[in-house]
Design a protein around this ligand. Structure first.
Ligand code: PMP
Length: 395
């Protein structure tokens, strides 16, 4: 059969690196590659109890029925209250749309905003899944420089800010770098957005995973009129529920609702009822999130310790204050993609950094995910990686 794929479908390419990494998924490999949350933190007992409660309740028919595109109203109300308390900003339920994972929000936002060749500003590096979503609509990416304090607002001049469709940013414990945007830069970015009518897409799946529990004000708090906020239950409950949400003004939410109707009618009712059942009881997240922070912070410290112990002096990395990733920079002469096959042959994997750049600007960097790897394996894996890197530096 000769499939007559659309130009859009033809333009999609599988990521070579994802294909390589797939091979390593089910073996005895030490994987620092997957951006998966730790299964040890999944609240299995609570999910089990919530499923039983929903199945036994009088709401069961609604939970198994089609529902409103906007999402399950009590869940939207709960999110509005949670965010209003956490961020000290008034948010109402009708400014919230429940989505099938925040990944769906990226797809809907691309559909809502991007015409071919529109300027989309992205951090360097940025989340690969966002680039994949936006790529479908052929934007012209403008890469905004960043350093260890996150993206640099001064590098966006007013002409660029006012001509761009939007800026996509992950201010908290960014994927892939683990960096957090500093308070001064948040304020500068919010001011620039207000001055130039620039839309900010604030993607925040890691915001609650702050090891010290000290949240910085978000872009939505600083510039609510300009910002579309994306939240997710993937990292604080489980990703398999596929639950995320968008917070934005009602007009923008209305447009996303129309697009979502065409896409999947609504997010599964059953998972929304189950999640609501868990999080609305006994301040569940107030107890659960600190446990995840503790687990992730311990694994992060382990990895930082192993890096300090084994890596050659020419290699540098950041000290994350939250989240799931460490970003490693190698000397410029070393291509991380070329190291990958050697690492696989020694049963260790990571994601080479070039994957995360809109224009493949850099390849001497890599992302290490530490949360799914037990402590003893972290040490063993980093030792092997350091040997490989050392060999390449000194050959
Ligand atoms: N944004 C970022 C920055 C992510 O890292 C991820 C998932 N790894 C997503 C969005 C998608 O998350 P979800 O499971 O909510 O679709």
């Amino acid at each position: 059969m000769l499939w007559k794929f659309s130009h859009r479908a033809q333009a999609l390419k599988s990521s070579t690196i994802r294909e390589i990494l797939k091979v390593t998924e089910h073996s005895d490999v030490i994987s620092f590659a997957g951006g998966l949350p730790a299964p040890d933190a999944f609240p299995i007992a609570e999910i089990q109890a919530a499923v039983n409660t929903v199945l036994a309740s009088k709401d069961i028919y609604d939970a198994l029925q089609y529902g409103p595109t906007e999402g399950y109203t009590p869940l939207r109300q709960w999110i509005a209250n949670y965010l209003s308390t956490r961020d000290q900003i008034a948010i109402s339920a009708d400014e919230i749309l429940i989505v099938t994972g925040s990944q769906q929000a990226l797809d809907l936002i691309g559909k809502a905003l991007i015409n071919e060749k529109d300027k989309v500003l992205v951090e360097t590096p940025t989340y690969l899944g966002a680039l994949q979503s936006f790529n479908q609509f052929n934007p012209e990416y403008v890469a905004i420089s960043s350093d260890e304090k996150g993206l640099i607002p001064e590098s966006i001049d007013d002409k660029l800010a006012s001509s761009a469709k939007f800026l996509y940013s992950i201010p908290n414990f960014q994927n892939p770098t683990g960096r957090r945007l500093s308070l001064e830069r948040r304020q500068a970015l919010a001011a620039k957005a207000k001055q130039n009518d620039l839309v900010l897409i604030e993607d925040d799946p890691y915001g609650d995973l702050d090891y010290q529990g000290q949240r910085l004000p978000g872009l939505y708090t600083l510039a609510p009129e300009n910002t579309v906020y994306l939240g997710s239950f993937s990292k604080i409950l489980t990703p398999g529920l596929r639950l995320g949400y968008v917070v934005a003004n009602k007009q923008f939410i209305g447009k996303l609702v129309q697009l979502k109707q065409a896409s999947d009618l609504h997010t599964p009712s059953l998972t929304q009822y189950i999640a609501y059942q868990i999080i609305s009881k006994n301040n569940f997240l107030n107890h659960h999130i600190p446990k995840i922070r503790q687990l992730y912070s311990t694994r992060c410290q382990y990895m930082l310790h192993s890096l300090a112990q084994y890596m050659p002096k020419e290699v540098s990395w950041n000290q994350p204050e939250g989240g799931m990733f460490i970003w490693v920079e190698l000397p410029e002469s070393i291509n991380a993609t070329e190291l990958l096959s050697e690492a696989i042959s020694r049963k260790v994997v990571f994601v080479p950094g070039e994957t995360f750049f809109a224009h493949a600007e850099k390849n001497n960097c890599l992302r290490l995910a530490f949360v799914t790897v037990p402590e003893e394996k972290i040490d063993c894996g980093i030792k092997i990686l350091a040997e490989i890197i050392n060999h390449h530096i000194h050959q």
